[in-house]
Design a protein around this ligand. Structure first.
Ligand SMILES: O=C(O)CCC(=O)C(=O)O
Ligand SMILES: [Fe+2]
Length: 510
């Protein structure tokens, strides 16, 4: 990578994107609100001008003087003659000037300023990907999503024709022709609503862009070896003079054709559910041999307020602790956040921006309390690495399957190797997530609902600090909700005197 490209990447990665967190989306909502307020004032100012002109025109209402005789009679009266000359000499030039007076400049400038902050193509693409992730992970249907039905919940929100068209085009670009066709049909079924719209020619532009992509692709697929220039010419000639209806026809028929040709290939294979998707859809078999219990032994304080512990898996050990963090704690947590940074999923070339994160490095009563709580629950010592990581996911935000042990995730914030590996992970669920966002362990078929107030604890390593690959875990795309988490990684070395005696070693095969 050249220094230039490095700089570009740096810019891309250090930007605060709207799509990567619900916090970012809240900022964007405020931005749109501001834009609409300015637009409203602007239209009011325009309206006032129209009103003023109308009031003046109303003062001049008179009979239409249809014949020459009537007109002659009218101007033969000195009052009318005088008024006529005076108006044309004095008034009308002023009104003409009035029409030229610029209006609402303040608002127009404010709107321009706001438009300089709107989402760029990166954010647009991320939100298309997020929608795609939600659709494919949970195997939702275009018509359901468009009408506000997400899984079994019916919302009062709907997508409009332009939303569906953008999704159809994206599905085509990523090779999901079947889904693309369904979204396109959805868009067509909604066309009436905007057909009279002043911006409907924008729709034609988008249809044209879509048709161009499709025809270009089918020419490529036809196997003729043509230069890009020739292809471009061919496409333009096919689309020349195409009306909106023609464009719709071209897109529909080509998509159907692509879909037929690729049957059993792209869509079906790609949406073939993997273990992560099965977990997200709630289809793991229900475990039967697990227990719930009150824990009041790790610490004196627990005798007063025992912990509600629910086993999620016995081997490897995964436990959910119910109702351990209060709404007040969560509000306090949000108050401690300064600037948030970009949260990532994946590694190297497949890195994706999925959340905003904040490392709580400064000592605070909140941080002390949370660390104490984790110590009380787990019995582990945290003094040597007191930092906490807070995260807020975006809608559709997720985390690819990964391991938390160091060999996998070496980050500069947490890579103090003198403390040893991250033998265990502890996560508080600190946001309201009504759909999606589960923590999933695909290999051992465990899926955990991110219920606000609860916490999840699991081991990443065996007792001898060797990695336990069954700790592979992922986060399902958030469908509805603002997913906040507080994460703590528990390191090996500080636990040297407190580690449980049970020996959980990697099973060696000889
Ligand atoms: O938020 C979660 O449920 C898990 C996050 C995670 O796996 C991580 O940050 O390493
Ligand atoms: Fe993780």
């Amino acid at each position: 990578i050249s220094p230039d490209e490095n700089e570009k990447l740096d810019l891309l990665y250090n930007k605060d994107y709207y799509s990567s967190s619900v916090l970012g989306l809240v900022r964007l909502l405020k931005l749109e609100q501001e834009f609409m307020e300015n637009f409203t004032i602007y239209t009011n100012v325009l309206q006032e001008k129209v009103d003023n002109i109308n009031i003046y025109l109303d003062t001049l209402t008179r009979s239409p003087h249809k014949t020459h005789k009537k007109r002659e009679k009218f101007v033969s009266n000195p009052l009318n003659a005088f008024g006529l000359i005076r108006r044309l000499h004095q008034d009308w030039p002023k009104w003409q000037n009035y029409t030229k007076k610029p209006l609402g400049l303040l608002q127009l400038n404010a709107m321009e300023e706001i438009l300089s902050k709107v989402p760029e193509s990166f954010d647009m693409n991320e939100t298309l990907k997020a929608m795609h992730r939600i659709e494919t992970t949970y195997d939702l249907q275009a018509k359901d999503i468009a009408s506000g039905l997400l899984q079994s919940t019916q919302f009062n929100y709907k997508l409009n024709m332009r939303d569906c068209l953008a999704l159809a085009h994206h599905k085509f670009e990523v090779g999901y022709f079947h889904r693309s066709l369904l979204w396109f049909q959805e868009a067509l079924s909604l066309t009436t609503e905007l057909s009279q719209d002043i911006i409907s020619n924008l729709k034609s532009l988008e249809l044209e862009a879509f048709a161009t992509s499709i025809i270009t692709r089918s020419i490529y697929l036809s196997g003729q070896s043509l230069s890009n220039k020739t292809i471009h010419k061919l496409v333009s000639s096919q689309l020349k003079d195409a009306k909106q209806k023609d464009l719709e026809e071209i897109i529909s028929s080509k998509l159907s054709q692509l879909n037929k040709e690729s049957k059993n290939a792209s869509d079906i294979l790609k949406t073939n559910p993997n273990a992560h998707n099965i977990g997200c859809q709630g289809l793991f078999p229900k475990p039967t041999n697990l227990s719930c219990r009150y824990n009041s032994t790790t610490n004196m304080f627990l005798k007063l307020a025992p912990l509600k512990m629910e086993e999620m898996s016995r081997d490897p050990y995964i436990v959910m602790v119910h109702d351990v963090i209060s709404d007040r704690d969560i509000e306090e947590m949000k108050g401690t956040i300064e600037e948030m940074g970009t949260g990532w999923s994946g590694s190297d070339s497949s890195m994706e921006i999925v959340a905003r994160i904040y490392w709580e490095r400064k000592k605070s009563p909140f941080r002390d309390r949370i660390n104490q709580l984790i110590s009380d629950i787990t019995g582990f010592k945290l003094e040597e690495f007191p930092a906490l990581q807070l995260a807020n996911f975006g809608v559709g935000g997720y985390f690819k399957p990964h391991f938390d042990y160091f060999s996998e995730r070496l980050t500069k914030d947490d890579a103090d190797n003198t403390l040893g590996d991250r033998i265990a992970s502890f996560i508080f669920y600190a946001g309201e997530v009504s759909q999606g966002g589960q923590t999933v362990f695909p290999d051992i078929k465990v899926a955990v609902e991110p219920k606000k107030g609860n916490a999840l604890f699991w081991f990443n390593d065996f007792d001898d600090e060797t990695p336990d690959p069954r700790s592979l875990h992922s986060v399902c795309p958030v469908i509805v909700g603002s997913r906040w988490t507080i994460t703590k990684w528990i390191h090996y070395k500080p636990q040297i005197f407190v580690k449980p005696c049970s020996t959980r070693f990697r099973k060696k095969s000889f």
